[in-house]
Design a protein around this ligand. Sequence first.
Ligand code: NAD
Ligand code: ZN
Length: 360
Amino acid sequence: MNYKNFPMVSKVVFGRGSFNQLGDILEPKRLNTEAPFIFFVDDIFKGDAWLCSRIPLSYNDKIIYVSTVEEPKTSQIDALVEQIVLDFALKPSGIIGIGGGSTLDIAKAVSLMLTNDGESSKYQGWDLIKNPGIFHVGIPTISGTGAEVSRTTILTGPKLKLGINSDFTPFDQVVLDPELTKNVPKDQWFYTGMDCFVHCIESLNGTYLNAFSRTYGEKALELCEAIFLGDELTEEEAQDQLMMASWHGGMSIAYSQVGVAHALSYGLGFLLGIKHGIGNCIVFDHLEEFYPEGVKTFKAMKAKHRINLPQGICSQLSNEEFDTMITVALSLEPLWENAIGANWKSVITRDKLRALYQKM
Ligand code: NAD
Ligand code: ZN
C-alpha cells in the first residue's frame, strides 16, 4: 500500500476581526516594492467600505474585482494571468482571494498559472502542475465549499468542468474571519452550507473512507446538523461554526473523495451553468437510493428553512444535451469509485444517469 502524502494549508488565523491583521500577515511576504500583492475580491464587495477599506494596499498593489455570476472558467484565468503579466514588470509577491468558492478558486488558479506555462485547461486533472505557484492567501466570505482548505481549484474548461488538483494548489495562508459572512443572503447561505453537508455525506458513505476522513467528516456533519436543524445557536455562533464545518468538511474529502451528487452536479454546471451549491442541492434531493439517511436529513433542513429548489430543469433537454451532461459526470472516475466501489462501471450506466437527470 502506498499512502498519499498530502500538503495542507501552511498557516491559518481564525477569529472575528482577524481580517484586520491582513497587513501584518502580508508585509513580510512582500518580495520588493515592484512586486505587488494582487487582491481578487468578489465584486459584491465593490463600494463596501466596511470590507474594502481594510484591504491593505501599498506600492503597486491592486484590487481586481471579479464577478461570480458564472463560475470560474479556464479562459477567464488565462485572461487574468495575461493582464497581470502585461501590467507588472515583476511577478506578484502574492495573490489574495477574498470571497466565496469562486473567488478563492480564481486566486488559487491564477497563482498556479503565473508559474506554469501554457493554458490553464491543460492542467485540469490530477497532479499535472509542475511548479509551485505564487504565495497565495484565501479569505472566505461565505462558508461551505471547503475551497479554503482543499487541494483543488475547480474550473470550467472547453471540454470539462474539472479541478486543477495538485500539491501546489492549497493556500499558503488562510484567514478565517466569520464576521465576513454576516451579510450572506439566506438562500445562498443554505446552498453553500449544503455543499459542506454533502461533502460530509459523500465522504462518510464512500468506499475511500478512513479514520482521517471520518473524524473530520463526523465533526463537520455534527456542526451542520446543529446549524441547520438546531435552535440553540446565536447568529454569531452559527457563523463561527459553519466556517469551521466548511474547513472540516474540506479536510474530510482531502483524504477521500466526494461522490454521486458532485459528479451529477458537475454535469449540470457544465451544460446549464447551474452553480455548485444549488446544483448539489438539486441533485442531492433525488439521491435517496445512494444516501437514504443523508437525503432524509437534507429534506428536513430544506423544509425548516423554507427553501424551494428549481424543478424540471432537465425537462426540455435534447438527447445530445443529456449526453453532454452524462459524459461530464462519468469522466469523474474517482468520485464514482469512491461512491460505488471498484466495480462502479457495472452499476452506473449512461441510462441510469439519464433517468436520474430526468427527475431533476
Ligand atoms: P460563490 O463564490 O459563487 O458565492 C456565492 C454567492 O454569494 C455570490 O453571489 C457571491 O457574490 C455571494 N457572496 C459571497 N460572500 C458574500 C457575503 N459575505 N455577503 C453577501 N454575498 C456574498 O459560491 P460558493 O458557493 O462559495 O462557491 C462555489 C464555487 O466554489 C464553485 O465555482 C465551485 O466549483 C467551487 N468549489 C470549489 C471547491 C474547491 O475545493 N476548490 C469546493 C467546492 C466548490
Ligand atoms: Zn462541493
